[in-house]
Write a protein that binds this ligand. Structure first.
Ligand code: DX5
Ligand code: ZN
Length: 229
C-alpha cells in the first residue's frame, strides 16, 4: 500500500540540555514524527532515557511520538510508555521470547505496535505477527548509538519485507545512518518512514534543521516515486 513518506527525527541526537527547545525546533522544521530511542544498557550497550522524559516532553508538540524500545525485557514497561504518551511503541524481536504477546499488549494499551529487527535478524522473525502490527522497523545500524554508518546489507531485507507486508496498512521504517545520500535507496526498496538523528540535528537550530529535513525528504521522494511506479 503506497503511503506518504514520514520523516522521524531521533531526539537521541538532540542537545539534551535544551531538549524542550530542540523538540520545538524539529516540530517547526517539518518533522512528521518524533522518534524516541530508549536504551537500557543491557539489550544495547548504552543508556539513554525512559518514560519520565517522554512524559515531560509529550506536551511540547502534537506530532506522533514514535517510541523505539531497545530494552529487554520490554513487557513490564509497556504500560508506562503508553501512559507517557507513546503513539507507536516498537519492541525488538530479539528482546524476548514472546513477541506475539508483546504486540498484543501494546495494542491493548491503545498504542500502535511496531517490531524492530537488528541487522543480523532475518525478516522471517515477523512472519507470524504481520496481522497484529502497525509498523516494522529495520535497523540499518546495530542499535545502541547514533552517528554510525548505514549498512547496505539491509536493502535486500527492506525489499523482502515490503513484499511480505503486501497491502496491509503497516509502515516500513528504517533507522540508523540515514542521510540525504541514502534516503532514495531505502525508499526505492520500499521504506516509507525514515528515522534520522545526526543528519537532522547538524547545524545550529531551526533553520538548519529545516533544510536538513527537507533534503532527506526530497531524496526520499525520488526513491519513493520510483518504488510506486
Ligand atoms: C540507534 C537508534 C537510532 C539512532 C539514529 O540505536 O535507534 O534511532 O539514534 O541516529 P543516526 O541517524 O545518527 O544514525
Ligand atoms: Zn531508533
Amino acid at each position: 500500500m503506497a503511503q506518504d513518506v514520514v520523516i522521524a527525527p531521533s531526539i537521541l541526537a538532540a542537545d539534551f540540555a535544551r531538549l524542550g527547545e530542540e523538540i520545538a525546533a524539529i516540530d517547526a522544521a517539518g518533522a512528521d514524527w518524533i522518534h524516541c530511542d530508549v536504551m537500557d544498557g543491557h539489550f544495547v550497550p548504552n543508556i539513554s532515557f525512559g518514560a519520565d522524559v517522554i512524559r515531560a516532553i509529550r506536551p511540547l508538540t502534537r506530532k506522533t511520538f514514535d517510541v523505539h524500545l531497545m530494552i529487554a525485557p520490554a513487557d513490564p514497561y509497556l504500560e508506562a510508555f503508553a501512559k507517557a504518551g507513546a503513539d507507536v511503541i516498537t519492541v525488538h524481536a530479539e528482546a524476548g521470547p514472546h513477541l506475539d504477546r508483546s504486540v498484543q499488549a501494546i495494542r491493548a494499551l491503545g498504542s500502535k505496535a511496531g517490531v524492530s529487527l537488528c541487522p543480523a535478524t532475518p525478516e522471517s522473525a515477523i512472519e507470524y505477527v504481520l496481522d497484529r502490527i502497525d509498523l516494522v522497523l529495520v535497523m540499518t545500524v546495530n542499535p545502541g548509538f547514533g552517528g554510525q554508518s548505514f549498512l547496505p546489507s539491509q536493502i535486500g531485507k527492506i525489499r523482502r519485507i515490503r513484499d511480505m507486508v503486501g497491502d496491509r496498512p503497516i509502515r516500513l521504517e528504517v533507522d540508523g545512518g540515514i542521510t540525504a545520500d541514502n534516503a532514495a535507496a531505502v525508499t526505492a526498496a520500499g521504506a516509507d518512514t525514515l528515522v534520522a538523528g545526526s543528519a537532522v540535528f547538524r547545524g545550529s537550530g531551526p533553520h538548519d534543521y529545516r533544510s536538513n529535513i527537507a533534503a532527506i525528504r526530497a531524496a526520499a521522494a525520488c526513491g519513493h516515486s520510483g518504488a510506486r511506479a
